[in-house]
Design a protein around this ligand. Structure first.
Ligand code: URA
Length: 239
């Protein structure tokens, strides 16, 4: 059960104050009945409408999720729980999908949106939107690893990796910056250096920075400022 103003605000389309104004103006119905108080709590399975339109309707929704381990970055999977299982029912109907993938055991920043064009532009290999990851390895990182990342590695499989950043934060910990997102890329690059990854957390995705207030498994709508920033990142020069 969740407060009505929070349910409306969670769509990312209204602030809590705007939601309260809508409720007061009699524009919100729950299961067809006009809502009266912003603080009334409802099950997320109810049908919420504003001016007769479902709140999970066609509008663009962009959420920042702090992904926990154990969930796959997909909209549905026959065997494993997906990141969408963390969302309330009214958002499950909004057509959201993860913009890019994190491995099942990778945690941290994942963008969920229903805007296919925006996701596509951010993920375009020609756009080179930077992503940074906190990485811990089994082994000790050294200058050779930094140099190899800087130069761009070619893996035994033939996979060519663009130059990447590896900034050592401790003997076995680093901040890695990628300009692309190939399958298991960081794990494969570090495995090739003989230092298997034991922990991987995405901290940034283009201009988005993982909100420290978000607990693992929690999500929030992007702010207007964050939405403008990712729109600019997705329409910037291609390389
Ligand atoms: N690199 C990986 O190996 N896994 C991820 O989830 C992201 C980047």
């Amino acid at each position: 059960m969740e407060r009505l103003d929070k349910i409306l605000a969670n769509t990312g389309r209204w602030s809590r104050k705007e939601a309260a104004d809508l409720i007061r103006a009699g524009r919100v119905t729950v299961d067809g009945v006009p809502a009266v108080r912003r603080e009334d709590k409802y099950a997320e399975t109810a049908r919420f409408q504003v001016d007769g339109t479902d709140i999970s309707g066609e509008k663009r929704v962009c959420l920042m999720l702090n992904k926990p381990a154990g969930l796959v970055s997909a909209t549905d999977d026959p065997r494993q729980p997906t990141v969408l299982s963390l969302l309330p029912g009214y958002l499950k109907k909004a057509g959201l999908f993860p913009a890019g993938r994190l491995d099942k055991d990778t945690v941290g920043l994942l963008l969920l949106t229903n805007d296919g064009a925006l996701a596509h532009s951010l993920l375009s290999p020609r756009r080179h939107v930077d992503k940074t990851y906190l990485v811990r390895v089994d082994g000790v990182l050294d200058e050779g690893d930094e140099a190899a990342f800087r130069a761009g590695m070619v893996l035994k499989s033939g996979l060519r990796c663009l130059p990447a950043g590896l900034e050592r934060l401790g003997p076995s910990e680093a901040l890695v910056t990628l300009r692309e997102g190939k399958y298991h890329q960081i794990k494969r690059m570090l495995a090739a250096r003989g230092k298997p990854v034991v922990y991987l957390e995405r901290r940034t995705f283009g201009p988005l920075v993982l909100d420290e207030e978000l607990e693992r498994g929690d999500w929030r709508p992007l702010t207007e400022k964050e939405i403008s920033a990712i729109q600019s990142a997705g329409t910037g020069p291609q390389e």
